[in-house]
Write a protein that binds this ligand. Structure first.
Ligand SMILES: C[S@@+](CC[C@H](N)C(=O)[O-])C[C@H]1O[C@@H](n2cnc3c(N)ncnc32)[C@H](O)[C@@H]1O
Length: 249
């Protein structure tokens, strides 16, 4: 899985693998009324910062699933560091095939990985069975700030339909039978911190590993990422976490 390996290298210095600050992650827990009785399932949990932070700040309990052993090792280490390993557990697996205990969670989140269900609608269908009555879904996903020029799609590696404007994103949530009840959106600075700090990490990695078999691919990765971010992503792409309450199935 070369792409995942590139992200593991480029995001070695990140705790949150999205354009989101620690402050906004906490705010998301607050607006979602996360507390000591809240059970959270985090699909594609990355380095587990959401579960670890919410366990430490609010006393929540949670379970995370991810494909990357590198990110999962960091998640377990973070849980030990925050002394929440008894409340935040992590498991290796494909979140698209994961079959959680039905109705066992008050919050089911998928922050930045809606490809696990083939898009927003499919991911909501995937998440819904794990949700307890009255529970919340939280989906982190990009959206178009404004329709981008045609060159953006190839540069960003996406199809026009992969994302929608905010009003059309709302329509997607409604079409999937959910009501949007809150949201926390990234700002320009969150994006810069997420993306630009990867340039530094890759630059340092290449200095330390000039002959590594992945070195050429990482050079291309950094070159393409810089160009697509400055030419398109920074202006046209927004990102946020949307808090949804599902209606009856
Ligand atoms: C953009 S990162 C977001 C990670 C985390 N939610 C966060 O906000 O820090 C996407 C994550 O999805 C994971 N991933 C990709 N495909 C997956 C799959 N099919 N099942 C589980 N995890 C997956 C990657 O390993 C990575 O950790």
């Amino acid at each position: 899985m070369p792409e995942l390996r590139h992200h593991e290298i480029a995001e070695a210095g990140h705790r949150i693998l999205n354009p989101f600050s620690a402050g906004k992650l906490r705010l998301l827990g607050e607006v979602g009324r996360v507390g000591p009785r809240t059970r959270v399932l985090d699909l594609a949990c990355g380095k587990g910062e959401l579960l670890c932070q919410w366990a430490a700040a609010f006393g929540a309990r949670g379970h995370g699933v991810d494909l990357s052993e590198v990110f999962l090792a960091a998640a377990r280490e973070r849980a030990r560091e925050l002394d929440v390993a008894d409340r935040a557990g992590f498991e290796h697996g494909d979140a698209g095939r994961y079959r959680p205990e039905p109705g066992a969670y008050d919050v089911v989140s998928c922050i930045g990985a809606t490809w696990i269900g083939g898009g927003v609608g499919g991911t909501i269908e995937l998440m819904r069975p794990a949700l307890a009555p009255g529970g919340l879904l939280m989906i982190g996903d990009p959206y178009w700030n404004e329709p981008p020029p045609p060159g953006a799609y190839a540069a960003l590696g996406c199809a026009p339909d992969d994302f929608a404007t905010l009003p059309d994103t709302l329509k997607r949530f409604e079409a999937a039978g959910t009501e949007l009840v809150e949201m926390v959106l990234a700002d320009q600075d969150d994006w810069d911190r997420y993306v630009a700090s990867q340039w530094w990490t890759v630059h340092e990695w290449l200095k330390a590993n000039p002959g590594h078999p992945d070195a050429e691919a990482m050079r291309r990765f950094a070159h393409d990422a810089r160009h697509s971010y400055l030419a398109y992503n920074r202006r046209y792409l927004g990102w946020g976490v949307f808090v949804l309450r599902p209606g009856p199935a």
